[in-house]
Design a protein around this ligand. Sequence first.
Ligand code: NDP
Length: 403
Amino acid sequence: MGNVLVVGAGGVAWASVHKMAMNADIFSKITLASRTKSKCDAIAASVKERTGVEIATAALDAMDVTATVALIKETGAEVLVNLALPYQDLKLMDACLEAGVHYLDTANYEPEDEAKFEYHWQWAYQDRFKEAGLTAILGSGFDPGVTSVFATWLKKHKLDTIRQIDILDCNGGDNGQTFATNFNPEINLREVLADVRHWERGEWKVSSPMTTKVPFDFPEVGEKNMYLMYHEELESLSTHFPEIERARFWMTFGDEYIKHATVLNNVGMTRIDPVMHNGVEIIPIQFLKTLLPDPGDLGALTKGKTCIGDIATGQARDGSGEKTYYIYNICDHEECYREVGSQAVSYTTGVPAMIGAAMVLKGIWREPGVWNMEQLDPDAFMDMLNAHGLPWEVHELEGPVGF
Ligand code: NDP
């Protein structure tokens, strides 16, 4: 049915491309391109072995718009799935406009020299995509991504309005490493160490990273400490659902992670500006990334489950007053590894990227323009989550969260 070009060949692409190949009725032609072609070839070999499907591979520097346009034209792709890094988002959106294809990513644009998580750079493409009759889907991973679709589904089926929402991201997995991040270390640490912001009564409340800690008993995982942090979907949800009074994002971290991240930050190893070292300019966080385990290699070592979801409170659609719902997915690291050779964090990002691309290829999400996930009809996407390895549950809670 559809022809896709995936850019980036890291942990998320590994999971996503396997799932695309497992759905050959939707993805009839897959090309995987990245800076290092050997990584694309390794994914292609595993896809062939596991599914029998042949995918094409190519070397591509995604910062080179002309080269990307040429590759899009050569492959005849209808949608470009950006699973490279947030730094490439704008260049890849430019290439899609020039080549006339749809666009999808999993993380919002960040300038390399500034850890700012804001949508305005990508929202500025709205008119150009609209005029070109093309669709750009922003943030089709789990968070952002599924957590926004969950919010929209609750608003469509359970709640008239959402008064407050908490997004809870728990990785209850253990990979046996003293310190490792579960996706790209540079991007992960920039996010975790950023100033914390949450949305409350029309303004951003700012606090220090890794300071607000709450224990929470996660289904099938048990009690974990979760920390308040900023995450990009808080901006899009509070913009698109203006009735939200409070929106917060929480992520679980073990004590070892917090200890290491704090020390590395204190000694300057997470700096994103260049420093001179023995006459050579280095960016400390990039050097740190070289030293840390590659999250894509942790699949075989990781045991346990993730539990990611939303707790939302608002007026019930049936007029029965204020209600609170918890909607979440539980994903098992070892099952993901058995199925596609990835750990659950890559899987829970790669599968929604596959589903988002399928929604575009099937013509269900084809409105021209630039869209965050909560702006789109959730039903077919939610059905595909259940059918493709990320089943979800929704439960009514006794009342709003007490933290
Ligand atoms: P990795 O670092 O494992 O992979 C990134 C890939 O992009 C690598 O193959 C890298 O190539 C490639 N790349 C980097 N720069 C370029 C370039 N200029 N041109 C072409 N390719 C390039 O990252 P992950 O797979 O862990 O994450 C991928 C994306 O998913 C990130 O944007 C991340 O923020 C996002 N993410 C989103 C989540 C969500 O739930 N929404 C959760 C987790 C991640 P090379 O191998 O040569 O370095």
